[in-house]
Write a protein that binds this ligand. Structure first.
Ligand SMILES: Nc1ncnc2c1ncn2[C@@H]1O[C@H](COP(=O)(O)OP(=O)(O)OP(=O)(O)O)[C@@H](O)[C@H]1O
Length: 721
């Protein structure tokens, strides 16, 4: 019911507005004037009256005002006056329709202002929330200024590019003019001097335009490349500073996309987009003025194509190409790549489970999805191109038809028409470029926003500590920790967890899987910040220590040894700038790795392959142990390292560790034999300390540790039977 009333109100207000406007339009047409000044004054007074009347009618009947309506009313009321004044001022001509009191004129102005208002609405839509829109614009402006500021080192290159850009545009604009001149000279009585000079100018302008365009391109591409490199390095630096929780909550694909796609887009913002925008804008203005010079009537005719082309381009860009199909295609391609990556990286599992065909089918299915989307996108593109070409073609037919009429009536020469046609084809291209670049610029500023989001992000685990004491005993206290992982904030992993790791002692954490042992290690490395409680080292909070210092003093060997491509030597000395070969070999000996390294053809210079793939797991583990030992850490953490070591290696590592009497050693082990000698054994269960004591004390207590031991003995016997 309410909807119907609104519709009726809108229809009534439209009819009322049309009646009032037409009456005023006719009435002002009946006023007789005898001078040019009187004629123009009549037009402008009429425009003001119509504007006021339409505003009043809209306000009274609808109650409020939308920006689209304001623009429509303003354009509609002012158009006849602007058109007539411009024609009089520029060409001292009267328009043929007489404007006021002419229904054709009224219809034409209504159509033009409607098209202009709609074009504006589609290209620069008003948001419902004006404040929000303002904020967005302000943000885009700030982002742009930041991008511009980051371009500072490239200013000389950009400036050089701009100079050549202007030269290229100026030269380019004169080429069609001289082409027309040559045709005119050839068509009329041939005059060699004029012909030669026109040809010379044409050649000079062509050469100037080509050389300048080349220099402009070279300089700007250099600037883009330098800028993109700088941003990538900055962004990578900012990313590596983020806490581990950040990498667990953000998808790897998103991070790599910002590093590659968004930085590239951002690099284009100033050097490419602004320059292309500037060049096309100058060129468009220049061409329009030269075309006006040749025939203003044909120019107006040609310009009528602009809103239609812009509209088609905008619908295509916004609704089909960029937003919907492109995004869907990107996602689908990412899924297909993911399937291929997974199969290739897990090729051993694929082979052993004989799932090659299944994997191929999975890849094929995902590629098929991409193919369907591509086909749909290409169909939409074909329709778009058809629409654009048909509009262009219709305009060319009109242009040739009217061009012939103007040549016959002596308003222009054949050469003029040729020049005009050349300008017109360039103008169409320029307008398309302007529309495209505008969209691309918004994209690139958006990409810059995403990059800045990461650049500005402060890690949740601060690395601002300054403490670097000369003496450190390595006494660690976990004090009433409560902790949940950022990815699962509702699942408490550690609850009121308290523990002391004494200097020079070995503490072993044991307990069932998934109860929080490795979490303690992660917190000790400051990968995460506990929600409650704190960890102290030598009575100082862990976070007050200098980041580098802390990670030199606390070293960890993880369950899954991670190596980086490079030599064994590089991997052992990882992160240490001045580490001698002697120190590396000493650490390798302690880790029982020296002998196998020496047997390799290139010894310590052997490449380990991607992720250490050319070594066995035990070899990788021993190198990882050497990497930790070479730092001579005050606190050493071994998280389940024995699972990939044979008994001999394990014994040797144990002996080596025993030779560092002042070191605090934290061991997590499932193989309980290895921890019997520990000074303190802590049973962790449900994120709490359940039992603690030496092996003998805990065995005597006959609690959970005793039960583990019994279970372990049964399992070991079963294993060997
Ligand atoms: N990055 C993470 N994000 C969310 N939850 C996690 C994460 N890492 C571990 N968890 C969860 O925290 C709990 C404790 O895990 P933790 O790795 O500390 O156990 P654990 O005692 O070391 O087990 P295991 O002996 O098998 O290594 C588990 O329930 C696990 O699922």
């Amino acid at each position: 019911m309410a909807d119907n009333t609104t519709i009726i109100r809108k229809v009534v207000s439209l009819i009322l507005a049309v009646c009032v406007d037409l009456s005023l339009f006719y009435a002002s047409g009946c006023v007789v004037t005898h001078s040019v000044f009187g004629h123009l004054a009549r037009l402008w007074v009429s425009a003001a009256l119509r504007c006021l009347a339409l505003t009043a009618v809209t306000l009274l009947s609808l109650g409020d005002f939308k920006p689209l309506l304001i623009r429509l009313i303003t354009a509609h009321s002012l158009l006849p006056a602007v058109f007539e004044t411009g024609t009089k001022a520029l060409y001292h001509e009267e328009t043929q329709c007489g404007l006021l009191a002419d229904i054709r004129c009224w219809l034409m102005c209504t159509g033009a202002s409607l098209a202009a208002a709609l074009f504006w609405e589609i290209t620069i839509p008003d948001t419902d929330d004006a404040a929000n829109g303002k904020e967005k614009k302000q943000k885009a402006r700030e982002l742009f200024m930041r991008v511009l500021h980051l371009n500072k080192p490239d200013y000389p290159l950009i400036l050089g590019g701009l100079v050549f850009l202007s030269l290229a545009v100026i030269c380019e604009m004169f080429i069609p003019y001289y082409t027309g001149r040559v045709i005119d000279i050839l068509g009329s009585q041939y005059q060699p001097n004029e012909f030669m000079s026109a040809l010379l100018f044409m050649g000079l302008f062509s050469l100037g335009s080509s050389v300048s365009a080349g220099c402009r391109g070279g300089l700007l591409l250099c600037a883009i490349s330098a800028y993109t490199c700088r941003i990538k390095v900055k962004l990578f630096g900012a990313l590596t500073k983020q806490e581990i929780g950040f990498f667990e909550t953000i998808k790897t694909g998103e991070i790599t996309s910002r590093l590659s796609r968004d930085t590239n887009l951002m690099g284009r913002t100033v050097c490419l987009n602004v320059n292309v925008l500037l060049r096309t804008f100058i060129k468009t203005l220049g061409m329009i003025s030269l075309m006006m010079n040749l025939s203003w009537k044909l120019t107006f005719l040609v310009l009528m194509e602009t809103p239609i082309t812009g509209l088609i381009q905008n619908i295509y860009d916004t609704h089909y190409q960029v937003k919907r199909l492109s995004l869907a295609m990107q996602d689908s391609m990412a899924l297909a790549n993911e399937a291929a990556n997974e199969a290739v990286s897990g090729i051993r599992v694929v082979r052993s489970f004989n799932t090659e065909k299944q994997e191929s089918r999975r890849y094929d299915d995902r590629l098929m999805d991409t193919h369907i989307l591509k086909t749909r996108r290409d169909t939409v593109r074909a329709v778009y191109l058809l629409g654009r070409r048909l509009t262009g073609l219709a305009m060319q037919v009109f242009m040739l038809y009217y061009g012939r009429l103007f040549i016959r009536s002596g308003q222009m020469t054949t050469g003029n028409l040729v020049s005009f046609i050349l300008y017109q084809s360039n103008l169409g291209q320029s307008i398309r470029t302007l529309t495209y670049i505008f969209g691309d610029m918004l994209n690139s500023v958006g990409a810059a926003g995403k990059v800045f989001e990461y650049l500005d992000r402060k890690p949740n685990v601060s690395t601002e500590g300054k403490l670097q004491p000369d003496q450190l005993t390595g006494h660690i206290s976990f004090r009433h920790l409560n902790f949940a992982y950022p990815a699962c904030p509702n699942k408490t992993v550690l609850q009121d967890f308290s523990l002391e790791l004494k200097s020079g002692q070995m503490t072993a954490l044991v307990g069932p899987s998934g109860e929080g042992k490795s979490t303690c290690v992660s917190l000790l490395q400051r990968f995460y910040e506990p929600q409650d409680g704190e960890i102290l080292m030598d009575s100082e909070p862990l976070k007050s220590y200098d980041h580098r210092f802390l990670h030199k003093k606390i070293a960890v060997v993880n369950q899954e040894p991670v190596l980086f491509s490079g030599s064994i030597r590089d991997n052992i000395a990882y992160g240490l700038a001045d580490c001698s070969l002697d120190e590396i070999q000493e650490a390798a000996r302690k880790a029982n790795a020296h002998d196998f390294i020496e047997q390799l053809e290139k010894g310590y210079d052997t490449e380990v392959g991607e992720g250490g793939g050319q070594l066995s797991k035990s070899e990788r583990q021993r190198i990882a142990i050497a990497r930790a030992l070479v730092r001579q850490p005050q606190v050493l953490i071994l998280d389940e390292i024995t699972s990939s070591l044979d008994t001999e290696s394990e014994n040797k590592v144990q002996q080596a560790l025993a030779s560092c009497p002042n070191q605090t050693l934290l061991v997590i082990a499932h193989r309980l034999k290895t921890i019997e000698k520990a000074d303190q054994i802590v049973v962790v269960s449900g994120g709490r300390v359940q039992e603690r004591g030496t092996h003998q004390e805990l065995m005597d207590r006959k609690g959970s540790y005793y039960n583990f031991m019994q279970q372990y003995t049964v399992d070991t016997i079963n294993l060997y039977l």
